[in-house]
Design a binder for this molecule. Structure first.
Ligand code: HEM
Length: 96
Protein backbone atom coordinates (compact mmCIF):
# COMPACT_ATOMS: atom_id res chain seq x y z
CA UNK A 1 0.00 0.00 0.00
CA UNK A 2 1.31 3.47 -0.86
CA UNK A 3 2.46 5.23 2.29
CA UNK A 4 1.85 9.00 2.47
CA UNK A 5 4.98 11.09 3.05
CA UNK A 6 5.09 12.12 6.71
CA UNK A 7 5.28 15.86 7.23
CA UNK A 8 4.91 18.31 10.06
CA UNK A 9 1.86 20.55 9.38
CA UNK A 10 3.20 22.99 11.99
CA UNK A 11 6.51 23.45 10.18
CA UNK A 12 6.75 27.22 9.81
CA UNK A 13 8.33 26.95 6.33
CA UNK A 14 5.28 24.98 5.07
CA UNK A 15 7.63 23.52 2.42
CA UNK A 16 6.09 20.07 2.73
CA UNK A 17 2.68 21.39 1.64
CA UNK A 18 4.12 21.60 -1.88
CA UNK A 19 2.15 23.22 -4.69
CA UNK A 20 -0.62 24.08 -2.22
CA UNK A 21 1.56 26.97 -1.01
CA UNK A 22 0.98 28.62 -4.38
CA UNK A 23 -2.53 27.55 -5.36
CA UNK A 24 -4.23 27.11 -1.95
CA UNK A 25 -6.14 24.26 -3.61
CA UNK A 26 -6.40 21.35 -1.15
CA UNK A 27 -5.91 18.87 -3.98
CA UNK A 28 -2.38 20.29 -4.33
CA UNK A 29 -1.27 19.45 -0.77
CA UNK A 30 2.00 17.51 -1.05
CA UNK A 31 2.11 17.79 -4.84
CA UNK A 32 5.71 18.29 -5.96
CA UNK A 33 7.44 18.75 -9.29
CA UNK A 34 9.05 15.50 -10.46
CA UNK A 35 12.70 16.51 -10.77
CA UNK A 36 15.02 15.63 -13.64
CA UNK A 37 17.30 12.72 -12.74
CA UNK A 38 20.12 13.92 -15.02
CA UNK A 39 23.31 14.14 -12.90
CA UNK A 40 21.25 13.19 -9.85
CA UNK A 41 24.24 11.41 -8.23
CA UNK A 42 26.01 14.81 -8.12
CA UNK A 43 23.17 16.80 -6.57
CA UNK A 44 22.44 15.69 -2.99
CA UNK A 45 20.63 16.39 -0.76
CA UNK A 46 17.37 15.12 -2.25
CA UNK A 47 13.64 15.89 -2.18
CA UNK A 48 11.98 19.27 -1.81
CA UNK A 49 13.32 19.69 1.71
CA UNK A 50 16.81 18.30 1.17
CA UNK A 51 16.07 15.80 3.91
CA UNK A 52 17.71 12.76 2.28
CA UNK A 53 21.44 12.57 1.62
CA UNK A 54 21.95 9.21 -0.16
CA UNK A 55 20.50 7.71 -3.33
CA UNK A 56 19.99 4.39 -1.50
CA UNK A 57 17.63 6.10 0.94
CA UNK A 58 15.88 8.06 -1.84
CA UNK A 59 15.16 4.87 -3.78
CA UNK A 60 13.91 3.12 -0.63
CA UNK A 61 11.54 6.03 0.08
CA UNK A 62 10.38 6.35 -3.55
CA UNK A 63 9.45 2.66 -3.58
CA UNK A 64 7.56 3.05 -0.31
CA UNK A 65 5.81 6.38 -0.97
CA UNK A 66 5.26 6.25 -4.74
CA UNK A 67 4.90 2.53 -5.42
CA UNK A 68 3.76 1.11 -2.05
CA UNK A 69 6.55 -1.48 -2.10
CA UNK A 70 9.53 -2.55 -0.06
CA UNK A 71 12.22 -3.58 -2.54
CA UNK A 72 15.23 -5.82 -1.83
CA UNK A 73 18.63 -4.21 -1.13
CA UNK A 74 20.07 -5.91 -4.22
CA UNK A 75 17.47 -4.16 -6.40
CA UNK A 76 18.16 -0.84 -4.68
CA UNK A 77 21.86 -1.24 -5.50
CA UNK A 78 21.04 -1.89 -9.18
CA UNK A 79 18.71 1.14 -9.38
CA UNK A 80 21.36 3.34 -7.73
CA UNK A 81 23.94 2.08 -10.26
CA UNK A 82 21.52 3.10 -13.01
CA UNK A 83 21.01 6.54 -11.46
CA UNK A 84 24.81 6.96 -11.24
CA UNK A 85 25.02 6.20 -14.97
CA UNK A 86 22.97 9.36 -15.63
CA UNK A 87 25.98 11.57 -14.77
CA UNK A 88 27.64 13.39 -17.63
CA UNK A 89 29.25 16.63 -18.67
CA UNK A 90 27.07 19.73 -18.35
CA UNK A 91 25.47 20.76 -21.64
CA UNK A 92 27.72 23.57 -22.93
CA UNK A 93 24.90 25.81 -24.14
CA UNK A 94 23.03 25.51 -20.83
CA UNK A 95 25.94 26.75 -18.72
CA UNK A 96 25.61 30.28 -17.28
C1 HEM B 1 11.75 3.03 -8.13
C2 HEM B 1 11.20 4.06 -8.80
C3 HEM B 1 11.67 5.49 -8.59
C4 HEM B 1 12.94 5.97 -8.48
C5 HEM B 1 14.27 5.19 -8.58
C6 HEM B 1 12.84 7.41 -8.26
C7 HEM B 1 13.91 8.27 -8.09
C8 HEM B 1 13.81 9.56 -7.59
C9 HEM B 1 14.90 10.38 -7.12
C10 HEM B 1 16.39 9.98 -7.17
C11 HEM B 1 14.37 11.54 -6.65
C12 HEM B 1 15.14 12.72 -6.00
C13 HEM B 1 15.47 13.75 -7.02
C14 HEM B 1 16.02 15.02 -6.39
O1 HEM B 1 15.62 15.41 -5.25
O2 HEM B 1 16.85 15.67 -7.03
C15 HEM B 1 12.95 11.48 -6.84
C16 HEM B 1 12.05 12.48 -6.49
C17 HEM B 1 10.72 12.50 -6.84
N1 HEM B 1 10.04 11.46 -7.47
FE1 HEM B 1 10.77 9.61 -7.79
N2 HEM B 1 11.51 7.75 -8.26
C18 HEM B 1 10.76 6.62 -8.45
C19 HEM B 1 9.39 6.54 -8.53
C20 HEM B 1 8.54 7.64 -8.59
C21 HEM B 1 7.14 7.61 -8.94
C22 HEM B 1 6.39 6.33 -9.31
C23 HEM B 1 6.70 8.88 -8.88
C24 HEM B 1 5.33 9.47 -9.15
C25 HEM B 1 4.26 8.73 -9.42
C26 HEM B 1 7.80 9.73 -8.45
C27 HEM B 1 7.74 11.09 -8.22
C28 HEM B 1 8.74 11.85 -7.64
C29 HEM B 1 8.56 13.20 -7.12
C30 HEM B 1 7.27 14.03 -7.13
C31 HEM B 1 9.80 13.59 -6.60
C32 HEM B 1 10.10 14.90 -5.88
C33 HEM B 1 9.75 14.71 -4.42
C34 HEM B 1 10.14 15.93 -3.55
O3 HEM B 1 10.67 16.91 -4.06
O4 HEM B 1 9.92 15.85 -2.35
N3 HEM B 1 8.91 8.93 -8.29
N4 HEM B 1 12.64 10.27 -7.41
Amino acid sequence: MIEPYAYDPDDSSHASLGRYNTTENEADIQVFRVPSLRNVAETPPYFHDGSVSTLEEVVTLMARHQLGREIPASDIDLIVAFLQSLSGSPHPTLMP
